[in-house]
Design a protein around this ligand. Structure first.
Ligand code: CDP
Ligand code: CDP
Length: 209
């Protein structure tokens, strides 16, 4: 069973993907973490988007060399923004596309996999058995992310999180390559007024047919 979960920032796609993976005993890949790790590598080399050529060269090198190890340093808004900048670069996406497809083909995913991101149903796994597109009001999403960052000890202001999120959504939706979009065969779930249990129940009801 292959499940694609796409959606906007802090919409709850990762939460749904994790719960579906646990429920069906499937492998899970948070593909946003891959882009964040490439973004982190670029930031650690002191790069920004003023020198696009150098940024792209470093981003490609780190995308080719990426290991899927969770790293707490990727969970902040500076890394998220850089992730979204390098994510608009076609060669970076090509490297990570290979990595994502290898994950699905690997024996550890023999029973199936859930991938969450922006382009799983549209580009990475267009033949997925189930596709979900998760969204929520921008204020709700910014509130959730602010709380999440506070819980992780980061003192961020709601207003800044909201602005950063709007800019990132805009970039992700409007880029030329693999933009954030709900495919026509995706089940859209608005999580604005639903907790994680309700969202999982909706997804399971759909899968049960
Ligand atoms: O958790 P949140 O939704 O805020 O971000 P994320 O899923 O960790 O993704 C960070 C950034 O990576 C996004 O803003 C996208 O620009 C990029 N991304 C992508 O382009 N394609 C994916 N499949 C996953 C993430
Ligand atoms: O993966 P994505 O960035 O889309 O979001 P997430 O990491 O699943 O969720 C972002 C935050 O919203 C987390 O703190 C979740 O616990 C919370 N959340 C929620 O309040 N209600 C939901 N239905 C889903 C997630």
């Amino acid at each position: 069973m292959i499940i694609a979960v796409d959606g906007s920032a802090a919409s709850g796609k990762g939460t749904l993907a994790k719960r579906l993976a646990a429920y069906f005993d499937l492998a899970h890949l948070d593909t946003g973490a891959l882009y964040r790790m490439v973004g982190l590598a670029a930031l650690e080399q002191g790069l920004d988007d003023k020198n696009i050529n150098e940024l792209q060269a470093v981003a490609i090198t780190s995308a080719l060399d990426l290991s899927v190890t969770p790293d707490d340093r990727i969970r902040n808004d500076t890394v998220a923004e850089m992730a979204s900048i390098v994510a608009a670069m076609p060669p970076v996406r090509a490297c990570l596309l290979d990595l994502q497809r290898h994950f699905v083909a690997h024996p550890t995913a023999a029973g199936g996999a859930v991938l969450d991101g922006r382009d799983i149903g549209s580009v990475v796994l267009p033949d997925a058995d189930y596709k979900f597109f998760v969204d929520a009001d921008i204020d709700v999403r910014a509130e959730r992310r602010t709380k999440e960052l506070h819980d992780n000890g980061q003192s961020v202001m709601f207003r800044h999180v909201l602005e950063d999120m709007k800019a990132r959504d805009q970039r992700d939706r409007n880029r030329d390559i693999a933009p954030l979009v709900a495919t026509s065969d995706a089940i859209v779930i608005d999580t604005s007024d639903k907790d994680a249990d309700m969202v999982l129940a909706l997804a399971l009801a759909h899968i049960a047919g």
